[in-house]
Design a protein around this ligand. Structure first.
Ligand code: ZN
Length: 197
């Protein structure tokens, strides 16, 4: 089922996700719905907060991106990024590696807004997969950027928090407009709920 993607101004985007204790049928259903939602929105990553769920579940699919390379190492050996997709990460923990790299970034919760963001070039990742099995790997390039972006979401951190002051100032009118639209839509939805029930 395709879920609505919440936009900037919705308070759930600032909520920290609870760690998943057990991969229950409800979590598996959430993963399946998030996957459908991400594909429908042409995204390469999605965090549970973006579909209004406060749990530490994120997923990725970089197979359609050909112009921004990624690197992947599993057990110290280079591995095929495409074969690793789609990737589900539950309770991901990141260890920083490598130098900071600046690159363009967007976010499904900020439609039409793009900015250069500086992030670590590589990270070591430890997480659970969709079956609850531990996974560890090292990644760089776009995959590293996407995982850092989505892991931030799981902790209520947004890419606007990582923008330079100058970039954020330039985008401020657009951000303010988006925030106001989201809040107005939430108010309308609340009124409808109180009228019907
Ligand atoms: Zn995002």
């Amino acid at each position: 089922m395709i879920l609505p993607v919440v936009t900037y101004g919705h308070p759930v985007l600032r909520a920290k996700g609870a760690r998943v204790q057990q991969v229950t049928p409800a979590i598996k259903r959430l993963v399946a719905d998030m996957y459908e939602t991400m594909h429908a929105a042409h995204g390469i990553g999605l965090a549970a907060q973006q579909v209004a769920q406060t749990v530490q579940v994120a997923l990725f699919d970089l197979r359609d991106v050909k112009d921004r390379p990624s690197t992947l190492e599993v057990d110290g050996h280079p591995a095929d990024v495409e074969a690793f997709m789609p990737l589900v990460l539950i309770n991901p923990e990141l260890q920083p590696l490598g130098d900071p790299v600046t690159g363009p970034e967007g976010c499904l919760s900020f439609p039409e807004i793009f900015a250069d963001i500086t992030r670590l070039g590589m990270v070591d990742v430890a997480a659970l997969d969709q079956e609850g099995r531990p996974v560890t790997f090292r990644c760089g390039g776009l995959l590293s950027r996407a995982i850092q972006h989505e892991t931030d979401h799981l902790h209520g951190i947004l890419f606007i928090d990582r923008m330079s002051r100058k970039v954020k100032e330039e985008l401020q009118p657009e951000l303010d407009r988006l925030q106001a639209e989201t809040k107005a839509a939430l108010k309308r939805a609340e009124r409808q709920v109180s009228q019907t029930g």
